[in-house]
Design a protein around this ligand. Structure first.
Ligand code: NAD
Length: 356
C-alpha cells in the first residue's frame, strides 16, 4: 500500500499508524496541516474492509478538516483519525485508552473528538491517557456531543440554499430527503426541519430507529437505496461519504444537495456534474462545521454558547460568499470553496514560516 503516492495524499504533515496487540487497536492518525494551530478533528470507529480503505478515509477526512477549520476561521489545523473496528469481541474502554496513548505520542499536534461510531464516553476512555481530547461530557468547558450544533449549522445552510432557490426562507412544505436520519446529526436535523415546516423523507440502515421521526414529525420512511430517487427539493446526506457518485448522480431529482456528511462528493468532478444538472451544492465542510466550532469552544477553555452561535451565523455568510462566487463565475461551488480554503491555508503556512 503506497502512502506518499496515494491519490489522496496532499503533503499531509504526519500520518501515524498505531497498533496495540493486546487491545486489537489498529488506528491511523492523519495530521494534514498545523499551519493555523494544532490539528483537530474527530475519531471515526468503523468496520473497514481493508487498511487501504481506512487510510483513504483518514487522508481525505483530515484534508477536509483543514479546509473546514480554515473556512470557519478557527485557529486550528486539520487532522482526523480512524480506528478499524476489531472483528471479534473487544474491550471498548481498553481499545480507546490504547488509541489515547497514540494521540498522546503526537504531543498535542493532534487533538481528537467524536466522529461516526464514537461517543463522549469513548472520549472519557481516551482522556485517561491524554489531555489532547475534546468532546468530553464533563469538566471545565466541556462541550459534550457536537452533533446538535452540527445539525443547527446544517439546518442554517439548508435554509440559506432554499432561500436562493425559492426567494424565501420559509421552509413550509419544502421536501427534504434525509439519508442517515436516525444518526446523531440526522436526528437533531430532522427536528429543526420539521419545526420549520419541512416535509421529511427519511432513510437509515437502522430502520427501527427511524420510527421516532414518523411518530414525532410525520416523516415518511423509504428504503435506504431509494433515498436518491425521491421527488424532493433537498437531498441531505447525513450518513457516510462518497454518496454523490456516477451511480447515484443521475438518480437525483432534487434542486439542492446540503447535508452533514463529510466528503459527500466521490470525486471533485462530481461538483461540476451537479452544477451541469442545475443542482445547488452546499460544500459539506462549510455547512457541517458546527461540531468543530462547538469543540473549539472547549479548546479555548471557556465554552461560551453565544460565541458558538456567532460562529454559526458566520458559516451562513461564508456559504453565501461561496455560492455568490460560484454563480457569478459559473463554476462549481466545491471548486470555489476548495480554492478559497487552499488560499487561506497557504497564507497561514507562509505566515508561520516567516515567523519561524
Ligand atoms: P452517526 O453514526 O450517529 O449517524 C450516521 C447514521 O447513518 C446512522 O444512523 C447509520 O445507521 C446511518 N447510515 C450508515 N450508512 C447508511 C446508508 N448506507 N444508508 C442510510 N443510512 C446509513 O454519525 P453522525 O455523528 O450523525 O454523523 C453523520 C455524518 O456527519 C458523518 O459523515 C460525519 O462525519 C458527519 N459529521 C458529523 C459531525 C458531528 O458533529 N457528529 C460533524 C461534522 C460532520
Amino acid at each position: 500500500m503506497s502512502v506518499f503516492e496515494h491519490p489522496s495524499f496532499d503533503n499531509h504533515e504526519k500520518v501515524l499508524f498505531a497498533t496495540d496487540e493486546k487491545t486489537g487497536l489498529k488506528a491511523i492518525i492523519s495530521v494534514h496541516s498545523t499551519a493555523r494551530g494544532p490539528s483537530c478533528g474527530g475519531c471515526r470507529f468503523w468496520s473497514y474492509d481493508s487498511s487501504s480503505d481506512a487510510l483513504q478515509d483518514a487522508l481525505r477526512l483530515s484534508q477536509g478538516m483543514s479546509y473546514k477549520n480554515v473556512m470557519a476561521d478557527l485557529p486550528i489545523g486539520g487532522g482526523k483519525s480512524v480506528i478499524m473496528k476489531p472483528d471479534g469481541p473487544f474491550d471498548r474502554d481498553a481499545l480507546f485508552q490504547a488509541f489515547g496513548r497514540a494521540v498522546d505520542a503526537l504531543n498535542g499536534n493532534y487533538i481528537t473528538a467524536e466522529d461516526v461510531g464514537v461517543s463522549p464516553a469513548d472520549m472519557v476512555s481516551v482522556h485517561k491517557q491524554t489531555a489532547h481530547v475534546t468532546g468530553l461530557p464533563e469538566g471545565k468547558a466541556a462541550s459534550g456531543d457536537p452533533s446538535p450544533v452540527t445539525a443547527e449549522g446544517v439546518f442554517r445552510g439548508i435554509r440559506a440554499c432554499v432561500k436562493r432557490a425559492t426567494g424565501s426562507e420559509d421552509m413550509t412544505g419544502i421536501r427534504v430527503a434525509v439519508q442517515g436520519a436516525a444518526g446523531h446529526v440526522g436526528s437533531y436535523l430532522c427536528e429543526h426541519l420539521s419545526k420549520a415546516g419541512a416535509e421529511l423523507i427519511i432513510a437509515d440502515m437502522n430502520v427501527e430507529a427511524l420510527q421516532k421521526h414518523v411518530d414525532n414529525f410525520g416523516a415518511v420512511i423509504v428504503d435506504k437505496e431509494a433515498i436518491y430517487d425521491q421527488d424532493a427539493d433537498v437531498f441531505t446526506p447525513c450518513a457516510l461519504g462518497s454518496i454523490i457518485n456516477p451511480d447515484t448522480i443521475n438518480r437525483l431529482k432534487v434542486k439542492m444537495v446540503a447535508g452533514a456528511a463529510n466528503n459527500q462528493l466521490a470525486t471533485r468532478e462530481m461538483g461540476a456534474e451537479l452544477q451541469k444538472r442545475g443542482i445547488l451544492y452546499a460544500p459539506d465542510y462549510v455547512i457541517n462545521a458546527g461540531g468543530i466550532i462547538n469543540v473549539m469552544g472547549e479548546i479555548r477553555g471557556d465554552f461560551d454558547p453565544s460565541w458558538v452561535k456567532c460562529k454559526l451565523v458566520g458559516l451562513e455568510a461564508t456559504l453565501g460568499e461561496i455560492l455568490d462566487r460560484a454563480e457569478n463565475e459559473g463554476r462549481p461551488s466545491n471548486v470555489v470553496a476548495d480554492e478559497m480554503a487552499r488560499a487561506r491555508l497557504e497564507e497561514a503556512a507562509a505566515a508561520k514560516a516567516a515567523a519561524a
